[in-house]
Design a protein around this ligand. Sequence first.
Ligand code: ACM
Length: 637
Amino acid sequence: MKFTIQFLFCFFISVKTFSQLANPEISVIPKPVEMQRGTGHFNLPKNILIHSSAAPELAQTIVFLKERLTLPTGFHISTSGSPENASVKLLLNSVADTKLGSEGYHLSVTSSHVIIKANQPAGLFYGVQTLLQLLPKEIESKTLVKNVHWVIPSVEITDYPKLGWRGLMFDVARHFFTKDEVKQYIIAMARYKYNVLHLHLTDDEGWRIEIKGFPKLTEVGAWNVKRVGEFGDFIPPKADEPRDYGGFYTQEDIRELVQFAKDRFVNILPEVDVPGHSLAAIASYPELSCTPEAIKYKVRSGEKIMDWSRGAPPIALLDNTLCPANELVYSFMDTVISQLAELFPFEYIHLGGDEAPINFWQKNEQIKALMAREGIKDIKQVQGYFTKRVEQIVESKGKKMMAWDEVLEGGVSPSTAVMSWRGMKYGIEAAQNQHQVVMSPTTYAYLDYMQSDEISEPRVYASLRLSKSYEFEPVPAGVDPQFIKGGQANLWTEQVYNIRQAEYMTWPRGFAIAESVWSPNQQKNWPDFFSRVEQHFGRLDISETKYSPAVYDPIFKAGKTADNKLTIDLSTEVEGLDIYYSFDNSFPDRFYPKYMTTLTAPIDAKQLKVITYRGKEPVGRMLTMSIAELRKRARLY
Ligand code: ACM
């Protein structure tokens, strides 16, 4: 009897293992356009032979695939000019498959072969990304992993992107990120088929790129005083505090980054943010300002310099704008743009244009004279004058200009592409006026926003949950899609002090945006997406990429009864979770009361502690919400 039970136990275990092996889950992000599951799987052989079409642009993809396969498997990998006996084939179509376009691919896995076909090298690179996601998650390891069945499920995939611009913006100005950290960011984004890295290279807090002929931009402009806490209201630095926090990229660094990104089919879009957000440049060269006191200005260290209490444009407490009435500014911009054009092969240069205050311009004699000379009636058009001048410079270097949506207000020619950030509406307006548009609205795509309740996240302007990001649809109904280049998520770093936090802010919302810009709309399905996100959490754990678990945090809703008592409703973004809670300051687990319906706080309770579980497993963080805060939210004082 004992033998029979043991035998049956072993039998069921091995059946399970076998069926998992034969039928491993497929969790590809972004979701492919078409996917048919086959039967069986491909066993990765211990000697892997890769054959590819002969094209120089494929060399890096092969190097990349070899490295990604070798490190975790320890298998021997070689390449061959002949397809015979090759386990993995990467083939460029001799006759283009029109459906695939320039970035699509077809991936075929059977028990006897792995073949990726594409019209262009980018498609093969993306096919390789998908292939790696079909392998067990341990493929993400940077070191050897033993006892893994390296199998790939049989599948036929035809895949191509919805949009040509699939961007992430990384603000390296508010906090500086080293060249290696930027590379780390590129590696992660390329896995999810992003193809534009927008580097926000200059702002009030730092000028991050060497410009020959203007050495003070990086000698002075790249450095401020280190402060931590809640950015925006830091105590202003004293005159003698060392300004040694920051950094910049030399032109050699930039060339290296551009090549590193190109090898992963990522273009780098450089942004120099002007005429506002320019304090670092002005602290370096005060003559670029209209304001004589600029001679005393220092690079910002996160102290208050704008008053936003009356909305946009902000009231500047010091003048952080380049002077549109000063010819020196245009010769400075000519030098900067020439060097950007030479360093960055991408067709666009981004020249900012957001949040430029006008209060210093309004009282400035040079600006008044400019307005009289040019017949400018409205101060807002002063920025329009500036934008048109810099656009001419950009075009004279053979590039196209892109700018934030505020440039629409001052008037700008249709050849300037618009990045719509204050919601979608300016993007829609721009597209209607025949501008090319990249949608990157705060509503769905601002990665600097908190990912759940502000009690559990570093405090910034607003919250943006994963499920909301997943609703991002960059091509609005009724807009001619030919004017929508694509979509982008933006990681501003006022409150992001290091690369681990940059990763935390990017993932998993970066998955949602990747899917919104790559996969067909009709495939959107939150439960299906989230089950793949969870699989990818496992992959990020192994690749040691940080991500946020905030999606598991409960959502608090405070209300009040007719007789003014506090009520508390809890919910979760994710289906199938249980919330356990306490009001007695102790730490709830699944043996505590489970949230079933609206709660009322006991009379003297000071805090509500909550934690989410899936079955017996805790999945969320333990959160402590003060009753006083809930009372405030319910407007019960
Ligand atoms: C922006 O977020 N100020 C473009």
